[in-house]
Ligand binder design. Structure first.
Ligand code: OAD
Length: 236
């Protein structure tokens, strides 16, 4: 790890990208998905985060999302989110691509944020497909759409396609990245992980910040081992 080299590369960067995952919100108190205490250790994704699960038992799925919305509504961004927002104010070329649905990057002040897995603060109609913001905590279960359809959480579930326009923007930003920070992601979920490969192919200087190794560690130019909330503010 060579922090000076990372700072130098970042200083010269005109189109940096930060690809973030659950680890960046861990210090805020949002549970990650994998690893100790991860959501997928205690819950079965196939019962809660698939379109089939919602069709079979929308009440159960909504109760789980309502619990997560309650949890997220009570927490705040941490120094890692704020560091990225500050970086954007110094370098407006920054794009934050996040797999997180918690909205914490925006709350911290980041503006150019691509939420490729959707947002827990949005709902979408299963019938008319209309999508809108909803910040009710607790939410009225089952929420209904004016069209008569049932509303579902505005997030991407396993087996579903990512929002095409946002994914295209993410690939475009990664394809012209000259510096890429990969923060707090296990790098095992596609197509999110392939954005890092796109950055690598584009010649971006690749930097990982993670408490441990990930599936993407082998394509990094530099790896900083540690908590995002401690490492990022010092680095940026
Ligand atoms: P994971 O839970 O798979 O991985 C979290 C990563 O963060 C791991 O590599 C940890 O080592 C690291 N980590 C934990 N605490 C950290 C900290 N304080 N600072 C830095 N790193 C830390 O989360 P994701 O990779 O984001 O998808 O998961 C990807 C997707 O899988 C999620 O978006 C979600 C899930 O199923 C959908 O819901 C569609």
């Amino acid at each position: 790890m060579n922090l000076e080299r990372i700072r130098e590369k970042l200083k010269g960067s005109v189109s940096p990208v930060a690809l973030t995952g659950a680890g960046i919100s861990a210090e805020s108190g949002v549970p990650t998905f994998r690893g100790p205490g991860g959501l997928w250790k205690n819950f079965r994704a196939e019962d809660l985060a698939t379109p089939e699960a919602f069709e079979a038992d929308p009440l159960r799925v909504w109760e789980w999302y309502d619990w997560r919305r309650g949890l997220i509504s009570r927490i705040k961004p941490n120094p890692a989110h704020y560091a990225l927002a500050e970086l954007e104010s110094k370098n407006p070329g920054l794009t934050v691509i996040t797999q997180n649905v918690d909205g914490l990057h925006t709350l911290a002040g980041s503006r150019n944020v691509l939420e490729i897995h959707g947002s827990i603060w949005r709902v979408a109609c299963t019938e008319c497909k209309n999508s809108s913001e909803n910040r009710e905590v607790p939410i009225k279960i089952l929420p209904g759409c004016p069209c008569g359809g049932v509303l579902r959480p505005g997030v991407v579930w396993f087996g579903e396609a990512l929002p095409e326009d946002i994914l295209n923007e993410a690939f475009e930003a990664s394809g012209k990245a000259d510096f890429m920070l990969v923060v707090g992601t296990s790098g095992v979920v596609q197509p999110a992980a392939s954005l890092a490969y796109r950055g690598k192919e584009a010649g971006a200087f690749m930097v990982e910040i993670n408490t441990g190794p990930s599936a993407l560690s082998n394509i990094m130019d530099e790896t900083v081992s540690g908590k995002a909330g401690e490492v990022l503010p010092g680095l940026l």
